[in-house]
Design a binder for this molecule. Sequence first.
Ligand code: HPA
Length: 289
Amino acid sequence: MDAPLRRIGRGLNVSSEAERCVEIIRDQIGDAAIDVGLVLGVGLFAIADHATQAISIPYSELPGFHAPEGMAYELLLGIIGTARVAVFRGRANYNETGDINAMRVPLETLARLGAKAVVLTGVAGAVRNEIQPGTLLTITDHVNLTGFNPLIGEADGGGFIDMAGTYDRHLRERYNLASSHLGRKTHEGEVMWIPGPSFETPAEARVAQKLGADLVSMTIVPEAILARRFGLRVLGVAVATNLAAGLRHEPMTRDIQLRAAGAAASSLSRVLGKFFEIWQVESRGIRLG
Ligand code: HPA
């Protein structure tokens, strides 16, 4: 039962792990710039195949990067569109690790590598009937009433950060533009975080809807908080894999999530490729800033 205490005040240790990760990565890529991070959620790993000239570093070689037993998670440093991207092919969730800070080191490492932004992808359940399974939505804001926050215990009040504007409007507009360029309708929504791993109850889905959310998800939110802590701009993109409890007729399973995410991966990957292209052309060598 000592896990919660262990998490309090981890800041300093974790920073030294991130420093070590930067050294390991720089040994492999030299001083090449990293423009942006891309965190891939379950079922979306195929997006990593679009990174060209990629150098791969397994999470097992990076201190503080977590992968569940038997999962070959890796960090890929390569090019998508025209951007130099650090692709996190695998993310550690709170519901697998019991650690709300499971993605702290990867995100701190990304910021220390000089990236200015991170794209957080993940699956979600829709709390509105009109959101069809397979829909891609950019996240506009989140609701986290769980009491869990990765910044609890930060030294020197470092956790008191402004969360307004977390889901960067400019990045969202560029992503939506990329989506329209490819002839796709754009969708936006607010997400309510539930830690999982059990899916929400129908009552919880109704609460989410009453609070104005469009989606419930077990992911993205803790990372968005950490990303802001490390000064990264955030684009959140959710794949609505299913209707939430109370709205669907069949029982929910992990398999439904994985299959629906897998089916959406190639569309998401095309939009992201275009998004990186638009964004890089726009920032013409000065990079995002
Ligand atoms: N609930 C919570 N998280 C999810 C769901 C869901 O129905 N689907 C995909 N992620």
